[in-house]
Write a protein that binds this ligand. Sequence first.
Ligand code: FMN
Length: 172
Amino acid sequence: MAKKEIKAALIYSFATKKTSTAAKLIKENLNELNLTEIDAEGLNAGELEQYDILIAGAATWFDGELPTFWDEQIPALEDLNLKGKHVALFGIGNQVEYPEHFGDSIGLLADVFASTSAKIIGATSTEGYTFEDSKSVRNNQFVGLMLDFENQHNLNESRIENWCKQLKKQLT
Ligand SMILES: Cc1cc2nc3c(=O)[nH]c(=O)nc-3n(C[C@H](O)[C@H](O)[C@H](O)COP(=O)(O)O)c2cc1C
């Protein structure tokens, strides 16, 4: 009998610069997942239920908030039933300019996706970052991948590579 095809989606705003750059690298590193790219701006949340794996990314804006287009999706996302599905989150922030709200976006998204019963994977160490507070830290780890283009641009590629390897392990 044919093995059921695993469906995976990569969700981010196509209009962003840094988040899009990170998404492209993630896609390359997860080539075998054949990710379907979905624009977070104009997202129809209901379409996400057809996927087994969701990888979602967002920068933090407005001192610890999600970009508006994500914020507007929260009620619809919270209504989804993603039981048995995996969600991995990547966030973009600036730890020097916003040390009290560093990369809050993925903590906020983790809360939203937790209410869908999805399993959140891809937590990473906070080692190597300097900040005061973040809504994205749970049990001393970031709930997903954290990138800082303004201050640690040179670490992006290795962080993305390692995270993608980790996701592949967690998904097998
Ligand atoms: C007005 C403004 C508010 C921001 N607020 C935060 C914040 O609270 N926490 C954080 O980590 N980064 C914050 N940032 C930094 C952005 O997340 C960062 O510049 C990011 O690289 C933008 O990514 P994008 O180009 O994909 O939108 C803020 C940036 C601006 C301009």
